[in-house]
Design a binder for this molecule. Structure first.
Ligand SMILES: NC(=O)c1ccc[n+]([C@@H]2O[C@H](COP(=O)([O-])OP(=O)(O)OC[C@H]3O[C@@H](n4cnc5c(N)ncnc54)[C@H](OP(=O)(O)O)[C@@H]3O)[C@@H](O)[C@H]2O)c1
Length: 163
């Protein structure tokens, strides 16, 4: 396994992460943060998240987890389990779990760090990130942003470190 297992996620006020296999909202500032954090590294995702993105992301090693024997994913490697995906990254310093809900949940117990974007607003969602309890996690970094002409809601970039 890589030395650090990190999750990268954008959540709303209720920990919602998606609806009908899409993100909750188009949010360019978060996409930029995501790109900065993950470029040059391995990203591990569930098959539904890969479908939702529609393509492999450039300048990153894309690993898709699926049980389907005949799945074809252009530009992405396929792993049959989370363990197999992490094993592919065993020589790396930090690997990035990028969702969705099923994969975040399965990886949560072994996740060391969470790069979280918190939108301080509620959306209708059908998929959620696990609860980040103070008992298990400490806020290592935080920057708060007010709404502006590009983003119609307040939000925070937060890094959590497992206690
Ligand atoms: N807000 C965010 O930061 C963020 C990030 C990512 C995704 N999302 C959203 O989350 C939603 C998708 O999440 P989701 O939970 O429905 O799906 P998901 O976690 O992306 O993918 C689920 C799929 O992964 C495969 N899988 C899961 N566990 C497995 C295991 N142990 N072994 C082998 N394969 C396994 C299965 O694929 P097969 O069916 O092919 O076997 C399963 O159907 C979308 O709305 C997306 O937009 C949000």
């Amino acid at each position: 396994m890589s030395k650090i297992i990190s999750a990268v996620v954008v959540v709303d006020a209720n920990n919602g992460i998606g609806k009908e296999n899409k993100l909750l909202v188009h949010f360019p500032a978060d996409l930029k943060r995501f790109k900065n954090i993950t470029t040059g590294h391995s990203i591990v995702m569930g098959r539904k998240t890969f479908d939702s993105m529609g393509r492999a992301l450039p300048n990153r090693r894309n690993i898709v987890i699926s049980r389907q024997a005949d799945l074809v994913t252009e530009g992405a490697e396929i792993a049959r389990s989370l363990e197999e995906a992490l094993n592919l990254c065993r020589d790396e310093d930090e690997v990035f779990i990028i969702g969705g809900a099923e994969i975040f949940k399965q990886a949560f117990a072994i996740t060391d760090r969470i790069y979280l974007t918190r939108i301080h607003k509620s959306f209708e969602a059908d998929t959620f990130f696990p609860d980040i309890s103070n008992r298990s996690w400490r806020e290592a970094e935080r920057t708060d942003f007010q709404p502006d002409e590009k983003t119609p809601f307040s939000y925070s970039f937060i890094t959590y470190q497992k206690r």
